[in-house]
Ligand binder design. Structure first.
Ligand code: SF4
Length: 239
């Protein structure tokens, strides 16, 4: 059953300005308990949220959308962090072999229909994986993009409460946390990739560019669609 919109509003009022560990303790330990999942891309900043979660409950379900188009280094980093943080319930979800064969048999769809590619490789598998949960946690921050400047800690996505405990954190906060807790870096972060998605849609970033400039470079697309408005429904699910 969908969680009412009012629940997100009330949580934002109560905990919207609390530090991340307080937010996560309340969500994982009291409010939603086992009905919460964490979504992680295992990108360059992912270790921070995952470390915070593991400190509270390393058995929290973590959903990783394996699109089938990731860099090898991201998959290796996922496995490294699982071991390093002791995460006990990381679930890799992704498109079925049948959908890949039907919708992107030659693996070219990212080049001519990236929205359709994200729809079946990312959005649909995550939506399916979230169906058994009341709430999910993301690692989004306001500094990451102009589209995220107003990001609240608690929001509502139509069915779930979506929680962004790091919303107010700056890049310095992230760097300090990584240094203090000696978290391992994503191998591509130190090779010029500050933001990492699928390999066909991610390039290095030059000095002076935004951290997400390498995502879908040369196109109008700036988000995969997972975090669009609640009314968004994936389209173009067939060629
Ligand atoms: S990021 Fe690119 S390759 Fe990955 S699902 Fe979206 S369009 Fe496809």
């Amino acid at each position: 059953m969908p969680v009412p919109f009012s629940v997100a509003v009330e949580l934002q009022r109560r905990l919207g300005f609390a530090p991340p560990n307080r937010v996560l303790s309340a969500v994982l330990g009291e409010i939603f308990s086992s009905r919460t999942a964490v979504a992680s891309s295992f990108g360059p900043e992912s270790a921070v949220l995952l470390h915070l979660v593991a400190e509270i409950d390393a058995a929290t379900p973590v959903l990783f959308v394996d699109t089938g188009r990731h860099f090898r280094e991201t998959l290796e980093y996922r496995d490294l962090l699982i071991n390093h943080l002791g995460l006990r319930d990381v679930r890799s979800v992704g498109p079925s072999a049948e959908d890949v064969a039907r919708l992107d048999a030659d693996f070219s769809r990212a080049t001519w229909d990236p929205d359709g590619c994200c729809a079946f490789r990312k959005i649909a598998p995550l939506k399916q994986a979230l169906s058994g949960f009341d709430a999910w946690v993301t690692g989004r921050k306001r500094f990451q993009a102009r589209t995220r400047l107003d990001l609240p800690v608690f929001e509502h996505d139509g069915d779930h409460v979506k929680i962004n405990p790091l919303a107010s954190w700056t890049l310095n906060d992230i760097s300090d946390y990584v240094a203090v807790h000696r978290l391992p870096p994503h191998p591509l972060a130190i090779r010029g990739y500050p933001s990492i998605g699928c390999a066909p849609c991610t390039s290095t970033v030059r000095d002076g560019e935004s951290r997400r400039a390498g995502r879908w470079r040369g196109s109008e697309k700036t988000e995969c669609g997972i975090h669009r408005s609640p009314s968004y429904q994936p389209e173009k699910s067939s060629p």
